[in-house]
Design a protein around this ligand. Structure first.
Ligand code: AMP
Ligand code: ZN
Length: 114
């Protein structure tokens, strides 16, 4: 989608600090990091949110979580711990309408949810 910032990143039309990329996924550093490690992991395919995930996407989402685990190791937070967040919809605080997962770590994160 041409008006979607994350589609533009996936297409390489908007620059980002890429941490991982393959045919289906891209992971990049969040432009406004909330923790020392703050990556955004997205499917290149435009899905609006978790609400768009169907059984056909299950393999893709499984692959995505495998890459999150790998990135946690590469960025040195696998042992210290990290958080994976998928803000969904208005009340979930989703700002960018392209399915994405935040990987946050590198410091003790606020334990509060919500
Ligand atoms: P969310 O509230 O879950 O929709 O979060 C969207 C995230 O995308 C925010 O943490 C933004 O800082 C991040 N973001 C928006 N535009 C960019 C960009 N061009 N490059 C990297 N991260 C971005
Ligand atoms: Zn998109």
């Amino acid at each position: 989608m041409s008006d979607c910032i994350f589609c533009q990143i996936a297409l390489g039309k908007v620059p980002s600090e890429i941490a991982y990329e393959d045919d289906e996924l891209i992971a990049f550093k969040d432009i406004q990091p909330l923790a020392p490690v703050h990556l955004v992991i997205i499917p290149k395919k435009h899905l609006r949110s978790l609400n768009d995930v169907t059984p056909e996407n299950e393999r893709l989402i499984g692959h995505l979580f495998g890459i999150i685990r790998r990135l946690a190791g590469e960025f040195g937070v696998a042992e210290s711990g990290y958080r994976v967040v998928a803000n969904t919809g208005t009340d979930g605080g989703q700002v960018v309408g392209h399915l994405h997962f935040h990987l946050l770590g590198g410091q003790a994160l606020n334990a509060r949810i919500g």
